[in-house]
Design a protein around this ligand. Structure first.
Ligand SMILES: Cc1cc2nc3c(=O)[nH]c(=O)nc-3n(C[C@H](O)[C@H](O)[C@H](O)COP(=O)(O)O)c2cc1C
Length: 216
């Protein structure tokens, strides 16, 4: 009798564990999907940051998700440099200020709390690419993975092509050289990262750009 009740007890425990797992599994799957979707829809470009740089352990995750993006023939046509060095970021910003038309309507230098030309991000990732046919698309996907992962970790980001215009001028070359990209690679974009110091609303999206075709 003892043996029988022991067996029944064990069987019910197995059943309980199995049913818990099944429930947990299916519940988790649904939640995980929603978490991913919610994260994508909640992400915003951030243009005001706290001063603290992003910890390396978090940058490691962001970068790892970045390089795991799909890319043409897995050529991984990117080189990535992570800079949290204030001296570098301020140096290139000061240089742009010196070389800028003081009457330009886009003058960030007079904005209160100005720290650098990367929207004051404390950590900036510079991405260079080669001239391959898919390379810029690949880097876009790399960047997309990075900004979405960052958001999941509470880290804001802003992809920035604006400062690249200046970084491609002759006067800024010493700063680009310091990034040490390989021959055949050209600076393509900067992405600023940091803890958000603003909560911007979502920018509107135009659903009419999507068309399902040839449906019954
Ligand atoms: C290729 C690219 C270049 C961008 N360049 C800049 C830039 O130079 N400065 C800036 O403040 N934001 C820049 N952005 C951010 C866009 O303005 C932003 O993604 C867009 O307004 C949509 O807002 P959201 O990211 O908050 O959804 C860039 C984004 C991309 C993808």
């Amino acid at each position: 009798m003892k043996k029988v009740s022991m067996l029944i007890l064990m069987m019910s425990l197995v059943g309980l564990v199995t049913s818990c797992c099944t429930k947990t599994d299916s519940a988790t799957v649904v939640d995980e999907k929603q978490v991913v979707v919610d994260n994508m829809l909640a992400r915003r470009s951030i243009r005001a940051y706290k001063e603290t740089p992003v910890p390396k352990e978090i940058m490691d995750v962001i970068l790892n998700c970045g390089i795991n993006a799909p890319n043409g023939m897995n050529k991984q046509p990117w080189e990535i440099r992570v800079v949290s060095n204030e001296e570098y970021l301020k140096g290139i910003s000061d240089l742009q200020k010196e070389n800028m038309d003081p009457n330009s309507p886009h003058n960030p230098f007079n904005e209160p709390g100005f720290r650098n030309i990367f929207r004051n991000a404390p950590t900036v990732v510079f991405i260079a690419t080669d001239s391959g046919m898919c390379s810029q698309v690949d880097c876009g996907l790399l960047a997309g993975n990075m900004v979405n992962t960052a958001w999941a970790y509470g880290i804001g980001s802003c992809i920035q092509m604006g400062p690249i215009r200046f970084m491609k001028t002759d006067v800024a070359k010493p700063y680009v050289d310091k990034l040490g990209f390989s021959d055949g690679y050209e600076l393509l974009m900067a992405i600023g990262f940091g803890y958000p110091d603003e909560s911007p609303d979502a920018k509107p999206r135009d659903n009419s750009k999507i068309q399902y075709l040839f449906e019954d």
